[in-house]
Design a protein around this ligand. Structure first.
Ligand code: NAD
Length: 490
């Protein structure tokens, strides 16, 4: 690694690792372009594939920083997190603009994500000063017995591109709050955002080595990272295929892991629903950010009695969702992340032979010519086992199914390998109370959008969507600490 005093990139827009409190260039032979999804001629930066030396240096920096950081009192760690929130807020608009550029997130949602970063950091600043154990009556007379929650050590965070600041932070903030040190391996397609995040950490005065950003290709750096002896836990968010690999390595090493993976999230619309509300929230859940949220609504199951009426409402709502440049505050739906993603969504639609019941129109002017745009599309007429009903497309595509009643709707809703997020639209309390225990999802809504979750509420799925403990809220303490049971005898 070559040391650079303080800059985002070296010559030729090569992105720099942030390790041990300084920016370093990788000695990597290979470089991956991070491309603006709205304009493929705009290279946001070149990401090093990474080397074994890069991995070792990042883990060494985190290990060296661990003793002092874990010994720091909780209130002092809280102070650091609060300062980090302030450093992010100071550069908030710039971060939002860069997010729109690097991952194609419409600017309104990018601004929302930046604001959420402040909430996350402030919440975990509070967690760092809360009680960290219990007093438990001992059998032995006069003994004091209690539990302590202690940090795990160095934790690896492997993250996807779609929430390029919020996901790294909702892992890093609790890890740091509870006294761990961090090596973050961001997705290649959001590496520049991760480096910007490192700049804010540096500006906030986070001690050197506490938070490190290791750039690189997943198989080249993330797998060796997980095999480093000092790494005691991994928190992963990404695709199911990679999540299973990560879990296998973690099991092999007997280190703690959590994997947050894909979804095939469902909205159920019953005959007594407020159809307008259901249409507004289903359209938003399915199509905003071009359907690239892990909690995006990709299936809708509608009571056959109101199917036509619901579809009419849905079409109206979809027509009203602005497709446009991601820099425009009104835009709801921009490009998908890559040409590969665009092409695989188009292929899946072609091969499904589904009946297209709605297709939006991508404007034909120059502003859209070099971007990876996919028209918002609603299909029906496929069986519940069809690929398009089962596989995560990660695009603005909604598959619709008709159901005879709630029991049938629940069977269709539960008929996938995933179990991340679900919503039921109804005015009937009994239907809601039947659905809540029977729906196979970790995030369960009634009359709500399948996307989004409060940053202080536990987040995660069941079945193929997640393994390990939940993220966020009080659940994060379970993951990032371990319990020591102490007995002191007279
Ligand atoms: P991805 O699985 O391709 O990549 C995720 C991360 O894993 C990246 O940092 C990547 O470099 C790394 N990686 C790749 N190969 C690896 C390997 N062999 N070993 C270790 N790490 C490796 O996912 P993506 O395309 O970045 O993100 C999209 C996916 O993320 C979707 O499936 C989406 O549903 C999921 N996601 C889930 C949640 C959730 O909380 N459940 C949230 C956001 C995104």
């Amino acid at each position: 690694m070559t040391n650079h005093a303080r800059s985002l990139t070296s010559a030729h827009d090569r992105l720099l690792h942030y390790v041990g409190g300084a920016f370093h260039e990788s000695e990597s032979d290979g470089w991956i372009a991070s491309v603006n999804p709205s304009d493929e001629t705009d290279i946001v930066g070149y990401v090093p594939e990474g080397t074994a030396d890069d991995v070792r240096a990042a883990v060494k920096a985190a290990s060296d920083a661990l003793p002092r950081w874990r010994a720091l009192p909780g209130p002092a760690r809280a102070e650091h997190l609060t300062k980090w929130a302030e450093a992010i807020a100071t550069r908030g608009e710039e971060l939002a603009q860069q997010m729109a550029r690097e991952v194609g997130k419409p600017i309104g949602e990018s601004r929302g994500e930046v604001a959420r970063c402040g909430m996350i950091l402030r919440y975990y600043a509070g967690e760092a000063v809360r009680e960290m154990g219990d007093v438990i009556p001992a059998q032995s007379p006069g003994a004091l017995q209690f539990t302590l929650r202690e940090p795990l050590g160095v934790v690896a965070l492997i993250t996807p591109w779609n929430f390029p600041l919020a996901i790294p932070l909702w892992k890093a903030a609790p890890a740091l709050a509870f006294g761990n040190t961090v090596v973050l391996k961001p997705a290649e397609a959001s590496s520049r955002m991760a480096v910007l995040l490192a700049e804010t950490a540096e500006k906030a005065g986070l001690p050197a080595g506490v938070f490190n950003v290791l750039l690189g290709a997943g198989p080249v750096v993330a797998e060796p990272l997980l095999r480093e002896p000092a790494v005691r836990a991994v928190s992963f968010t990404g695709s199911g295929a990679v999540g299973k690999l990560v879990a296998a390595i973690a099991v092999d090493r007997n280190i703690r892991f959590q994997t947050e993976m894909g979804g095939k999230n469902v909205a159920i619309v019953l005959h007594d629903a407020d159809l307008r509300q259901a249409a507004v929230l289903t359209a938003a859940g399915a199509m905003r950010y071009a359907g690239q949220k892990c909690t995006a609504t990709s299936r809708v199951v509608v009571d056959a009695r109101v199917e036509d009426a619901f579809m009419n409402e849905l079409r109206r709502e979809l027509d009203a969702l602005p497709i446009g440049p991601v820099t425009d505050a009104a835009t709801a739906l921009g490009p998908v992340i890559s040409a590969r993603s665009r092409d695989s969504i188009h292929r899946a639609l072609r091969e499904s032979n589904a009946e297209v019941v709605y297709q939006g129109r991508i404007p034909t002017d120059d502003a859209y010519a070099c971007g990876f745009f996919v028209a918002p599309t609603v299909v029906r007429g496929v069986g519940p086992d069809a690929a398009i009903a089962q596989q995560e497309l990660f695009g603005p595509v909604l598959a619709s199914f008709a159901a005879d009643d709630l029991a049938h709707a629940l069977a269709l809703a539960n008929g996938t390998l995933y179990g991340l997020s679900a919503s039921l639209f109804t005015r009937d309390l009994r239907s809601a109370l039947t659905y809540i225990p029977q729906i196979e999802a970790g995030l369960v809504r009634v009359n709500g959008d399948t996307t989004g979750v409060d940053p202080h509420a536990p987040f995660g799925g069941i079945k193929g969507s997640s393994s390990g403990s939940r993220e966020q809220g009080s659940a994060a303490r379970e993951f990032y600490t371990e319990i020591k049971t102490v007995q002191v005898n007279p």
